[in-house]
Unconditional design. Structure first.
Length: 734
């Protein structure tokens, strides 16, 4: 379109007025006036010269020209072929665009750039945006579908016809020769497979130049062959901006949606489309993807994408792998049933002999196993991070959505066997096993799910029971409630509600509630567990003794010390008859009885029982055993009650060091130890140091379970110390 700039319009008007005025003067030069004022006399004396000088100026002023805007072009200034529409809501990726822009061509040659990343990460969108930001010096851009080589052949044939290239020979070379003669150009190969398959369609020969090649791919074999830009999922700021431009929602809700979808751009686009299309609220959408992620991903397709979200993430890659390494398909189906957390490679590699075919063939062939993993890495389906494999949660959901039921069952059976073989069994007394449990826990919980398995209930129950023990041990009681409840549901459904295993699961639930400071909630579980055990083994069985000890602790925390004492003494008789008075099992009963006698004010009897229990445990366990620290705390508390802080404080310090080494500085055992340590320091007259310990105890125990009895003790002690030191009960606020 031809337009005039502002200065040319002004110049045109001025020149027109001068021409009219000069012409008027020229035709009136013969007037009677002998002289005109000022510069007008020059015009009077030389009218025709002035007129001839102004006419070219007027012609130049009114000549229409193209205006070049100072703003960035909103569309490519070149001829294009196959280029998709620009995304008006394109978000972020500034560093990636800068890297593509910085990679200049050397002279008149060819530069090759690869945009690499997993499916759904926005590779094609980045290539399109880059094309629209190219300067006007580029004369042509082509956008080709490179999913399969046969498609590319047809694409080049069509492109040749568009460019006016007529040849019966090689369309590819002819197209590049035509582009080279036409000026600067760029070709985008979208969704390419591997470097090997694309090599025949890249420019060859020294006579081809003036161009750029941009390749979008998930393959990992381009390093060393091109300038590679690795594209990751959005960061949190980009996800927020992306969703804010589509959904008028509060920041916190946008963050929850982005986190739930792993910040994958394609999934965020689908989420926005789904909520706009259906009017779904963020809370409802989050509940849907938590329970029905696979169905939600296929509910609404994203415009300008050739496949649904789940299809784009998996089905294309699956077709490519079928003829190459079908064992990789089986590997991905196995990984899809685990948590979207790093998966230890040895979890799978050590159990390959039990894997479904064709993955089991890798058990006796280390090279095949490495190729199997490598194929998934090359397709950007997974990332390999040291000894772990990482797969995006939406890739997992897409695979699950397209898994045949028989393959799903085979993969799940393999994982149940693999996990039950590798998870550590000794949880509480073995701190070295906790790092292993930390990395396996999310996969155990994901595999076991929230419902009773009808095929693998025993394996499911074992994993849930061990997971409960681990979570309870590290102080995550609230998290432990979920697997503990499902374990009880399994034992009741499979073995019966009055089975010994159900009694054990009831006791585990009671222990968790008790540890959380809920003795009134724990009491029914322990009572039901006791009733089952008395029915199964009689009133004097060893399991009955354990239930009596647990109930005694509950009644003690419910401020019923005499009831607790009666239950504890009954448990003591049972354990002494079965195990003997100096047995480890009997020491647990003596520890509970010691705490009860201390509550009743009999400090001497409590000290005797506590010391005897500690001696037995030190004889049976190593000095680093975590459970010894709990016994040390009880003995230190007994010495404080007997007014011997000189003996109590070193014991409390030793227990504090042991708990810190085994559990870390924020574990609730550290808080309980600090309560006893604060009491010992106070007895020593070190009130200021005691207050510091008491306040640290309140901080730790409030974060863990503010309703626990020990948390109340810590608050009371801190308030008393604060009053004695500063004359106030509440802490000073900064």
């Amino acid at each position: 379109m031809k337009v005039w700039s502002r200065w040319r319009v002004a110049l045109s008007l001025a020149a027109s007025l001068i021409v009219l005025f000069a012409g008027s003067l020229a035709f009136n030069a013969a007037s009677d006036a002998e002289r005109w004022p000022g510069p007008l006399d020059v015009i009077r004396a030389n009218p025709w010269y002035v007129l001839l000088g102004v006419i070219p100026l007027a012609i130049l002023a009114v000549w229409p020209v193209h205006e070049v805007s100072a703003k960035p072009m909103r569309h490519p200034p070149m001829r294009s072929w196959g280029l998709p529409s620009r995304n008006p809501l394109f978000t972020g990726r500034s560093s990636e665009l800068a890297r593509l822009g910085v990679a200049k061509m050397k002279g008149d040659g060819i530069s090759v750039h690869v945009i690499r990343g997993m499916a759904g990460v926005g590779k094609s969108q980045l290539a399109v945006e880059f094309a629209y930001r190219l300067p006007a010096t580029y004369k042509f851009i082509g956008f080709l579908n490179a999913e399969r080589s046969e498609l590319l052949a047809a694409e080049f044939a069509s492109l040749a016809g568009t460019l006016g290239v007529h040849t019966s020979g090689n369309h590819v070379q002819a197209v590049y020769e035509k582009l080279t003669l036409s000026g600067r150009w760029i070709l985008v190969f979208d969704n390419a497979t591997t470097a090997r398959e694309l090599r025949g369609y890249l420019p060859a020969g020294t006579d081809i130049g003036n161009g750029r090649i941009v390749i979008t791919t998930g393959a990992r074999d381009w390093d060393g062959l091109a300038s590679v830009v690795d594209l990751a999922v959005f960061n949190s700021a980009e996800s927020e901006e992306f969703l804010t431009r589509r959904l008028p929602l509060p920041y916190s809700e946008l963050c929850e949606i982005a986190d739930a979808l792993g910040n994958l751009p394609l999934a965020l686009e689908q989420a926005a489309a789904f909520m706009q299309f259906s009017g779904t609220s963020p809370d409802t959408y989050l509940r849907l993807i938590e329970g029905e992620l696979e169905q939600v991903l296929d509910a609404v397709d994203v415009p300008d994408y050739r496949e649904s979200v789940s299809a784009g993430l998996w089905t294309i890659a699956r077709e490519r792998l079928k003829g190459d390494l079908p064992s990789t398909i089986q590997l991905m189906e196995v990984l899809a049933l685990l948590a979207p957390e790093p998966v230890p490679i040895d979890l799978l590699a050590s159990q390959l002999a039990h894997a479904p075919p064709p993955l089991n063939a890798a058990a006796a062939n280390a090279t095949l196993w490495e190729r199997t993993v490598g194929a998934a890495v090359r397709q950007s389906l997974i990332r390999r991070d040291g000894d772990h494999l990482i797969v995006h949660r939406l890739t997992q959901a897409a695979i699950r959505a397209h898994m045949p039921p028989d393959q799903h069952a085979k993969a799940k059976a393999f994982l149940y066997r693999a996990l039950t073989d590798v998870v550590p069994r000794d949880v509480y007394g073995s701190p070295p096993s906790w790092p292993r449990w930390r990395e396996l826990l999310p996969h155990v919980l994901t595999l076991c799910g929230k419902d009773v398995s009808d095929r693998w209930p025993r394996e499911q129950h074992l994993l849930l029971e061990l997971a409960t023990q681990y979570l309870w041990t590290i102080g995550s009681g609230r998290q432990a409630l979920v697997p503990a409840r499902l374990a009880l549901e399994i034992s009741e459904a499979v073995l019966g509600p009055d089975s010994p295993q159900a009694a054990t699961d009831l006791a585990n639930l009671g222990r968790i509630h008790h540890e959380l400071g809920l003795p009134w909630s724990a009491k029914p579980y322990f009572e039901r567990s006791l009733a089952i055990r008395e029915h199964v083994t009689g009133s004097t069985g060893k399991e009955v003794g354990f239930s009596l000890v647990a109930l005694a602790r509950v009644h003690r925390d419910l401020s019923r010390p005499w009831m607790a004492l009666a239950l504890g003494l009954r448990a003591l008789r049972i354990h002494e008859d079965i195990f003997g008075p100096d047995a480890l099992q009997t020491s647990f009963v003596n520890a509970v009885l010691a705490s009860i006698w201390l509550d009743l004010g009999d400090a001497k009897r409590g000290l005797v029982l506590a010391k005897h229990a500690l001696e037995v445990q030190q004889r049976c366990w190593s000095e680093n055993e975590p459970r010894i620290a709990a016994m040390m705390i009880l003995v230190a508390q007994a010495w404080v009650s007997n007014r011997r802080p000189d003996i109590a404080l070193p014991l409390a310090e030793q227990a504090l060091m042991l708990n810190d080494r085994n559990f870390g500085p924020s574990h609730h055992y550290m808080g309980m130890t600090q309560v006893v340590r604060a009491a010992a320091l106070d007895r020593f007259g070190r009130t200021a140091d005691a207050l510091v310990a008491a306040e640290e105890a309140t901080r730790i125990l409030d974060e863990w379970s503010p309703r626990h009895k020990k948390a109340s003790e810590a608050h009371d002690l801190a308030a008393e110390l604060r009053f004695r030191l500063h004359g106030r009960v509440t802490p000073e606020r900064g």
